[in-house]
Design a protein around this ligand. Structure first.
Ligand SMILES: Nc1ncnc2c1ncn2[C@@H]1O[C@H](COP(=O)(O)OP(=O)(O)O)[C@@H](O)[C@H]1O
Ligand SMILES: [Mg+2]
Length: 303
């Protein structure tokens, strides 16, 4: 559905997307992960022609967004990173204007808007001005707007950033439902757990390039297999000392503690029981570990 080959976007001297290669197939829920500034939104904007690529190839539904953005937009819904709602108008007015903008026949507009407001649990806010809505309600409304045109391809640019867990889980449920009904989903996020929950395949982007790709499981197995034991700062010197001569332990340290990685749970258990250490946590590796390894940065810094 989307193919990018050696895709580059420069803003002046600055390269935001630096030779991106990816293929997103029909029916996937595809994740684009990366810290702020990785180039995720720039890529998304190129897919519907708002930002023009500098070089390389890009097709969406087989069309070039440079020349066929209208055809593409007709079949695609976008939850943009910024809400871009008209704050002075009501929920209903905002959606009706958008219906007109995307060419939904007049007679169908009200029904379509009401159906989707209902779907996103917003019907009771229909006649409220946007400025009276909470952040989570605005985000749900942007979902409504993205779905008005019954898109085959739904693009979600950081759909849940800054939302509380209840709204996040509600939106995840809707995304899963839409995906199971056949909608192709492309999601950008810097929440690793969100990607693990929703995406069957993903790329990790950093500074405009793809640093890793695969299913969450493949990425974990390839880059950070095994288990992680997290020890407190107080144990830093001790942990350092007992692992320094054993290459089966990989040590990384950051402000939140000392991370010891090994392939087996047993090795970790032996490490802490033999040495009288109490780990803060022992868990299987997850995408966050992959992310830290590939991007060399702690996502919480940028989140
Ligand atoms: N219109 C623009 N002009 C100049 N620089 C831009 C523009 N849009 C984005 N950038 C820069 O490109 C980089 C990638 O931005 P963006 O695609 O928004 O990243 P992400 O969505 O992954 O956070 C950032 O450093 C950003 O400042
Ligand atoms: Mg962005």
């Amino acid at each position: 559905m989307i193919t990018a080959k050696s895709l580059v976007k420069k803003f002046g001297d600055f390269t935001a997307v630096d030779g991106l290669n990816l293929q997103i197939n029909q029916g996937e829920c595809f994740g684009l992960l990366g810290p702020n500034g990785a180039g995720k939104s720039t890529f998304i904007s190129m897919t519907y022609g708002t930002v023009q690529r500098t070089s390389g190839e890009l097709t969406v539904f087989g069309y070039d967004p440079k020349t066929h953005s209208r055809e593409i937009k007709k079949r695609m819904g976008v939850v943009t990173q910024e809400n871009a709602l008209d704050e002075s108008l009501t929920v209903f007015e905002n959606m009706m204007i958008y219906c007109a903008f995307i060419g939904i026949p007049k007679a169908e507009r009200q029904k379509r808007v009401e159906e989707l407001l209902d779907y996103m649990n917003l019907m009771h806010k229909k006649d409220m001005p946007i400025m009276a809505l909470s952040g989570g309600m605005k985000r749900r409304l942007v979902f409504v707007r993205a779905l008005l045109g019954k898109p085959e391809l739904l693009i979600l640019d950081e759909p849940t950033t800054g939302l509380d867990p209840a709204v996040r889980h509600l939106l995840w449920g809707k995304v899963k439902e839409l995906h199971s009904q056949g909608t192709t989903i492309v999601l950008t996020t810097h929440y690793m757990h969100e990607a693990e929950v929703l995406c069957n395949r993903l790329v990790i982007m950093n500074k405009g390039i793809v640093a890793g790709h695969g299913s969450p499981k493949e990425l974990i197995n390839q880059h950070t297999p095994g288990y992680v034991g997290i020890f407190s700062d107080d144990d830093r010197a001790h942990v350092n000392q007992i692992t320094s001569n054993d290459s089966s332990y990989i040590l990384t340290e950051d402000t939140s503690g000392v991370y010891v990685r090994t392939n087996s749970l047993e090795a970790l258990t032996t490490l802490h029981t033999k040495n009288n250490l109490t780990p803060l946590q022992i868990r299987p590796s997850n995408l966050e570990d992959v992310f830290l390894k590939l991007t060399g940065q702690d996502i919480t810094v940028d989140a």
